[in-house]
Design a binder for this molecule. Structure first.
Ligand SMILES: Cc1cc2nc3c(=O)[nH]c(=O)nc-3n(C[C@H](O)[C@H](O)[C@H](O)COP(=O)(O)OP(=O)(O)OC[C@H]3O[C@@H](n4cnc5c(N)ncnc54)[C@H](O)[C@@H]3O)c2cc1C
Length: 383
């Protein structure tokens, strides 16, 4: 079992972020209905709504008309008392983007025939904008389904560390919500996920506790090498601290919070074409094991905002593919390295081949004691 430092507390529910962003959007732009738009954004999820707010705040784009389209029913968002089962952990780069559009302060406080110059697809994994562009989309399904739920611990404690443990069937992770609750993301084989959803609340809690605490048979060869390596680190005075903490027992699952989501990988070969750009899950989809999916999308927003500002400043059309290509190149360079890293981790952790088990265990132990390398990994994940 190993710990991941939780980057920003508290984690945020998707509906809550969207509500804050929508309020920001309407406080910036009137809802007048002219027929002409410079930019049309398809998809008002977290990424589409943030993008609309960001572009609306860009002084170089002032005077441009932006339309945000969302297919789901318009309903007034009321912050529920209970946490939703879809929680995301946001990295410092994302916090910066949300601060820029005045959305972070709210989060912190609470917890017709149109002509367009640029259409932006923020319409998620099954993007119709991407389909219409006809770009090649490399994708596959994982033999993993994500089970989510809101869990309550047996006692209160300083719950500020996100936990992840790799089980033979996939990772189980706990993201802190408050001192007594965490959000569960348990990736497992689809048959097990279905069973987990059918269990009674008590049986489900037992299954989660077992998954967190069960001791699995260790590979004695790997254990021996790790012990020797640990001894070497201690002699070299660079042993990791022993202040690892374990989560307390789970006693309860929030009624109705259990749900499951299919998991997959996807990457569009092109993010742009003349007058069109893809942002967020419409362009890329990753396994949630590193909690990076939406953060990649927020990074896209910052980059596209800069590129469109440049285009407007130099008097170019917003749909000019030469500018859009700059966005594509920058973001693909960043996203593909992150996606390859996540995919590599997924494959290494799924394997029980002794050399791979040894490689990942030694790798983790080494990163843990080499502060510059640890900082480099965290920095890359935070941008
Ligand atoms: C189990 C699970 C756990 C996760 N945990 C994390 C985490 O901890 N950290 C993290 O960073 N990421 C996490 N992710 C990933 C994260 O949820 C996604 O990356 C993020 O929601 C993508 O946002 P989006 O706005 O691009 O797409 P979506 O959230 O899919 O939004 C797309 C929007 O477009 C709308 N739409 C669709 N089609 C159309 C259309 N034709 N016209 C108009 N509107 C349309 C939809 O109604 C929707 O509102 C997780 C994902 C899963 C499945």
């Amino acid at each position: 079992m190993f710990t991941l430092k939780h980057l920003i507390k508290p984690p945020l529910t998707k509906g809550f972020v969207q509500n804050v962003l929508t309020r920001c959007l309407f406080s910036q732009k009137g809802s007048g209905s002219k027929k002409y738009y410079d930019i049309i954004i398809a998809g008002g999820g977290m990424i589409g709504t943030t993008l609309a707010c960001t572009l609306g705040k860009n002084t170089r784009l002032s005077g441009k008309r932006i339309l945000l389209l969302e297919s789901s029913k318009d309903s007034l968002y009321v912050l529920p008392e209970k946490y939703s089962n879809r929680v995301v952990s946001l990295n410092p780069g994302t916090k910066k983007s949300l601060t820029k559009i005045d959305a972070w302060k709210h989060i912190n406080e609470a917890r017709f025939a149109t002509v367009k110059r640029l259409q932006i697809g923020c319409d998620g994994v099954n993007s119709q904008v991407r389909n219409a562009m006809g770009v090649h989309y490399l994708n596959w399904k994982y033999d993993n389904t994500g089970v989510v739920a809101t869990l309550t611990f047996s006692e209160e404690f300083d719950n500020c560390i996100a936990w992840q443990r790799w089980l033979p069937t996939g990772p189980i992770a706990l993201l802190p919500l408050n001192n007594s609750q965490s959000s569960l993301v348990w990736s497992t084989i689809p048959a097990d996920a279905k069973k987990l959803l059918q269990l009674t609340n008590e049986q489900f809690v037992d299954a989660v506790n077992e998954a967190i605490w069960k001791v699995f048979k260790h590979n004695s060869y790997v254990d021996q090498v790790l012990k020797t390596f640990d001894g070497f680190l201690r002699v070299s005075n660079c042993s990791p601290g022993l202040n690892r903490r374990y989560p307390p027992k789970i006693v309860c699952v929030e009624e109705g919070s259990r749900n499951m989501f299919p998991l997959g990988f996807g990457h569009a070969a092109s993010y742009v074409a003349k007058g069109v750009a893809l942002v967020g899950d419409a362009a890329h989809r990753v396994h949630p094991l590193a909690g990076q999916g939406v953060n990649l999308g927020f990074g896209d927003i910052t980059c596209l905002d800069n590129v469109l500002g440049e285009a407007a400043y130099s008097g170019s059309c917003l749909g000019n593919v030469n500018y859009l290509k700059v966005y594509e190149t920058k973001r693909q360079r960043h996203n593909m390295s992150m996606m390859a890293g996540i995919e590599g981790l997924y494959r290494i952790y799924r394997s029980d081949l002794t050399p791979l088990v040894l490689l990942r265990s030694l790798g983790l132990q080494t990163i843990d004691v080499l502060n510059p390398v640890k900082k480099m990994v965290i920095n890359h994940a935070s941008t």
